[in-house]
Design a protein around this ligand. Structure first.
Ligand code: DX5
Ligand code: ZN
Length: 219
């Protein structure tokens, strides 16, 4: 396995929203470095999650990296406001924008780390021309839209291909995986080249501290 730093980014989509602040604190105290924040608009994906007011509120709870995953159409319309709400890293979907270069530049210009994501059926080749401008590439390992789905096994090979592409280009790229990542398959995706691990139900669906520690034990 490579020397690249491994990071756990618990997805609050699976948290108990009545106790959101408390649960984020618990995940952070157990060792999570990022907090993964799934924003869904009911258009790019069927479901609607939450938006600016929630992010602004939980910003008061921790200084850890807010890893905002935008599952929304025309993400460029909202980059500035998500930055103002407290995003440190903004990931948009290649499939959701007409001008990915412009979106990348915009995220960079507001001072956030830049992430791009692809859905399971988007060819990995599609990201090649953008990779050098990104801090992170998110390879979705389920169809975006809902937590608690099963990992798509073909994702492992896709992660491997993106890591190979990045290595060939000499890039220091974070590769994130999101969807159905459990303590049991985390090692497989890390061996394929992923280093930022998102986990929702596997962290918040039970003993948060114990779950976070199980992931970290594998890093
Ligand atoms: C899915 C979201 C994920 C989701 C992951 O569209 O992007 O971040 O919350 O949840 P689990 O880990 O439960 O699959
Ligand atoms: Zn996500």
């Amino acid at each position: 396995m490579s020397e690249r730093e491994k990071i756990l980014s618990p997805s609050i989509l699976a948290a108990d929203f009545a106790r959101l602040g408390e649960q984020i604190k618990e995940a952070v105290e157990a060792g999570a470095e990022y907090i993964h924040i799934d924003v869904m608009d009911g258009v790019f994906v069927p479901s609607i999650s939450f938006g600016m007011p929630v992010i602004r509120t939980i910003r008061k709870v921790t200084d850890k990296v807010f890893d905002v995953h935008l599952m929304i159409v025309e993400p460029e319309r909202y980059v500035k406001v998500f930055k103002e709400c407290g995003a440190d890293s903004i990931t948009f979907h290649l499939e959701a924008t007409e001008d990915a270069d412009e979106t990348i530049d915009l995220i960079r210009s507001v001072g956030c780390r830049v992430g791009m994501s692809i859905k399971p059926r988007t060819p990995v080749e599609a990201v090649r021309k953008y990779l050098h401008k990104l801090d992170m590439l998110l390879v979705m390992t389920v169809e975006p839209g809902f937590g608690g789905q099963k990992y798509i096994p073909e994702s492992t090979e896709r992660v491997r291909q993106v890591r190979q592409m990045a290595d060939e280009m000499g890039l220091d790229l974070d590769i994130q995986v999101d969807g159905g990542i459990t303590v049991d398959n985390a090692r497989i995706v890390m061996e394929a080249g992923a280093n930022v691990i998102v986990a929702g139900s596997a962290v918040f669906g039970g003993d948060i501290t114990a779950n976070v520690k199980h992931y970290l034990a594998q890093f």
